[in-house]
Design a protein around this ligand. Structure first.
Ligand code: ADP
Ligand code: ASP
Ligand code: MG
Length: 588
C-alpha cells in the first residue's frame, strides 16, 4: 500500500482550527487509499517562546535541559493532532521521537540521527491509524531527549519517509513552494516547479530557511521525492527531486545568511598542519565552519579566514585565539556585522562568465565584496550586513531569476529510488553517518593569484570580466578577507589557458595597483564528495589531519554541502590522493 508522509510546520498547526484543517487533509489522503504518517512541529512560535522562558532564568541553560524543554512543543501538537483526527472519526495515534525509536547521538540541540526503528509505526499504520510523529526530536543511548536543530521537523519527516520507503514527503508550510529566494525578502522572487536535491541542499545550507538542509541530505541519499506546498491553498508547489527545473540554467536561486560572523587568523606560519590545528579545535566544539578562505601565503605567512553563525562567534573566537598563541600567529580579528549572499545552480559547473556576472551586479550596486568562495555549483560572497539586502536583490536580478527559464520542465524528474535494496539497508544503518561517495583528483588546472588587491567595489568584476572575455572557464575562486586593506584573489583555470590567464591577471594587477601576481602552472585539485561533508565536522578534521601528517601544504580550499575541495602543488597530487584515500577508507 502506498504511504505518504505529511509534515506540518509551526504556522500550519498554530491554532486549534489549523490543527483541524491539517487533520482533515490527512484523513482525506487516507480515504484516497494511502497510509498516512504525519510529522508535526510545535504550534506557532512555541519553540521561540520556550527558549525565551529559559532565558528569563539564565543566559546559559544546560544543553540537555534545553532539549528536554524544547521537545515538549512538538509533544503538545502531536497529541492535539491525534485528538483532532479521532474527533473527526478516524483512528490516530501520536508518538514522540523516543516512542518511535529515533536514536541520535548526544549532541544536544543539533543531534544527528543514528537509526530509526520502523516496527511500531508500521504496526500502527497497518492497524489503520494515521500515525502522528513529533518532529525535531530523538533520544540518545542514555535515553536523554535530544533535538535535531531549529527547523529539524523537516528532517524528521524526510528521514521517516526514507525508512518507511514512503512515496513522497509532503512538506506543508506557510509559503506555496520553494522560491528563487525568500519571497519575504524579495517580493519579485519566483516559485519554482522543481529543484534538484543538490541545488536545494546548497540553498538551504546557504540560508534558504524553507527547508532544513539535513532533510535534503536524506532526500538525496535515499531518493525521497519531497513536495513543498502550502497548508492553506491548493497550488501545486515545488518538487525537490534529482533533476533541476531547467537543464541549462546557470543559476536557479539566491540565498542570504544575515547572521554570519567572520574570524581571521592573521600571519600564521604558512606550513602544513595549521589548518588542522585550527579547524579540529573548532570542530571539537561541534561548530560547523562555513566559508573557509585560506589563500596562498606570502613571505612564509598565511591568513586563514572563516565564518560561523553569529551565535557561535564567542566560542569559535576563543578557540582561534588559543590556536594563534600556540602556533605563533600574529593576531586574530573578527567582525560580527557581515552577511553572506550566494547564488546556486547546477548549470554553472559548465558555463563561463557566471561569476563575473554576479561580481559586476554587486559592484554596480556599490557593494564591496569582502571575501569570495566558490564550489562547483555555488558562489558565495561575504558583504557587510548593512548591504545584505541590496546585494541579494542585485544577485537575483543579475540572473533574471524572476523569469521562468526558457527550457523549464525539460530536465525530467528523476524521482526513482536509487540503489538496490541491500544498498538502501546499508545506507540506512548509518542514517546521518558519514557517507563519502568518492575522492577525485583533477590535475588539469593551474592557479593565478593577485596579491595586495585593494578593498573596494568592482575589482573582482573587472578581473573576471577580462578573463571571461578571453573565453576562459574559471573553476575555483577564492578571495581572502583583506588584511591591512588588501585582499588576495586566487583562481584556477585549465592548464591550456594558463599563459593567457596569467597575462590578463598581470595587466589587471598593474592597472589596479596590486602588489604582485604569483602563479602555479600545474596544480592538483582534490575533492571529497559525499553528503553532509561540511556539517559533519569530522570530514574536514580528518582531511586536514591526514594531509598535515603527510607534510602536504594546502594552497586553496573551498567547501560546500556536498564536497570539500582542496588545491595543492601539482607534484603533490598523487601523494595527497593516496593520503585521502587511506584517511577515508572506512567511509568510502
Ligand atoms: P515551517 O514552520 O512550516 O517549517 P519555515 O518558517 O521554517 O516554515 O519556512 C518557511 C519560510 O521560509 C517562508 O515563510 C519563507 O519566508 C522562508 N524562505 C526562505 N527562503 C525561501 C525560499 N527560497 N523559498 C520559499 N520560502 C523561503
Ligand atoms: N519547532 C522546531 C523549531 O521551531 C522545529 C521545527 O519547527 O521544525 O525550530
Ligand atoms: Mg521550517
Amino acid at each position: 500500500m502506498s504511504l505518504i508522509v505529511q509534515k506540518f510546520g509551526g504556522t500550519s498547526v498554530a491554532t486549534p482550527e489549523k490543527i483541524m484543517a491539517a487533520a482533515r487533509k490527512a484523513i482525506r489522503t487516507q480515504q484516497q487509499g494511502h497510509q498516512v504518517l504525519m510529522v508535526v512541529s510545535a504550534m506557532g512560535h512555541e519553540t521561540d517562546h520556550l527558549i525565551e522562558l529559559a532565558k528569563q532564568i539564565t543566559d546559559s541553560p544546560s544543553a540537555r535541559e534545553m532539549d528536554m524543554l524544547l521537545s515538549t512543543g512538538e509533544q503538545v501538537s502531536c497529541a492535539l493532532m491525534a485528538i483532532a483526527i479521532q474527533t473527526l472519526g478516524s483512528k490516530a495515534i501520536s508518538l514522540t521521537g523516543a516512542q518511535i525509536g529515533i536514536k541520535t547521538d548526544s549532541t544536544f540541540s543539533k543531534a544527528r540521527i543514528k537509526s530509526i526503528s520502523t516496527e511500531r509505526m508500521r504496526k500502527s499504520l497497518d492497524e489503520g491509524n494515521i500515525v502522528i510523529a513529533a518532529g525535531f526530536q530523538g533520544i540518545d543511548e542514555e535515553f536523554n531527549i535530544t533535538t535535531l536543530g531549529r527547523g529539524g521537523s523537516d528532517t524528521t519527516a524526510v528521514a521517516l519517509a526514507a525508512v518507511l520507503k514512503a512515496d513522497t514527503a509532503e512538506i506543508y508550510t506557510d509559503v506555496d513552494g520553494v522560491y528563487t529566494t525568500d519571497p519575504r525578502q524579495l517580493p519579485e522572487a519566483r516559485r519554482v516547479k522543481q529543484i534538484s536535491y543538490d541545488e536545494m541542499l546548497e540553498l538551504a545550507s546557504l540560508g534558504a530557511g524553507v527547508m532544513h538542509s539535513r532533510s535534503i541530505e536524506f532526500g538525496k541519499k535515499f531518493g525521497v521525492p519531497i513536495h513543498v506546498r502550502s497548508s492553506f491553498t491548493d497550488i501545486p508547489g515545488t518538487m525537490i527531486v534529482a533533476q533541476p527545473e531547467a537543464p541549462n540554467q546557470a543559476v536557479c536561486g539566491a540565498a542570504l545568511v544575515k547572521d554570519e560572523a567572520r574570524i581571521t587568523l592573521e600571519g600564521a606560519p604558512d606550513k602544513p598542519g595549521i589548518s588542522h590545528i585550527l579547524f579540529s579545535r573548532i570542530a571539537a566544539k561541534k561548530i560547523a565552519v562555513d566559508m573557509i578562505v585560506q589563500n596562498v601565503g606570502a613571505e612564509g605567512r598565511a591568513n586563514i579566514s572563516f565564518t560561523v553563525p553569529t551565535e557561535e562567534l564567542a566560542d569559535a573566537l576563543a578557540a582561534t585565539q588559543e590556536v594563534a598563541a600556540e602556533v605563533g600567529a600574529q593576531r586574530v580579528t573578527s567582525d560580527d556585522q557581515v552577511a553572506k549572499v550566494s547564488v546556486v545552480g547546477l548549470g554553472m559547473a559548465q558555463q563561463t562568465g557566471v561569476a563575473k556576472k554576479l561580481f559586476r551586479a554587486l559592484a554596480d550596486a556599490g557593494v564591496n565584496i569582502q571575501a569570495i568562495t566558490t564550489s562547483e555549483i555555488k558562489i558565495s560572497t561575504l558583504v557587510s550586513r548593512e548591504q545584505a539586502s541590496i546585494a541579494l536583490r542585485a544577485a537575483h536580478a543579475a540572473f533574471t531569476l524572476e523569469k521562468e527559464p526558457a527550457d523549464a520542465g525539460k530536465a525530467g524528474e528523476g524521482t526513482e529510488r536509487h540503489g538496490t535494496a541491500a544498498d538502501i539497508v546499508r545506507r540506512l544503518q548509518g542514517m546521518e553517518g558519514l557517507s563519502i561517495d568518492e575522492i577525485t583528483l583533477d590535475d588539469s588546472q593551474a592557479r593565478v593569484t593577485l596579491h595586495g588587491v585593494s578593498n573596494k567595489p568592482g575589482i573582482a568584476a573587472q578581473l573576471f570580466e577580462e578573463i571571461s572575455a578571453a573565453g576562459i572557464f574559471v573553476d575555483m575562486i577564492v578571495q581572502s578577507f583583506g588584511v591591512a586593506a588588501a585582499a588576495t584573489i586566487s583562481f584556477t583555470v585549465p592548464q591550456k589557458d594558463f599563459d593567457k590567464s596569467l597575462a590578463t591577471a598581470k595587466k589587471i594587477a598593474e592597472k589596479m595597483g596590486c602588489t604582485g601576481v604569483t602563479s602555479s602552472p600545474k596544480l592538483a585539485k582534490l575533492s571529497v564528495l559525499g553528503v553532509g561533508v561540511r556539517t559533519n565536522t569530522s570530514v574536514a578534521t580528518r582531511m586536514f589531519e591526514s594531509l598535515s601528517a603527510a607534510g602536504i601544504n594546502l594552497d586553496m580550499m573551498s567547501t560546500s554541502e556536498v564536497r570539500l575541495n582542496i588545491v595543492v602543488e601539482g607534484s603533490q597530487g598523487k601523494k595527497a590522493m593516496e593520503t585521502l584515500q587511506k584517511a577515508f577508507a572506512d567511509a568510502l
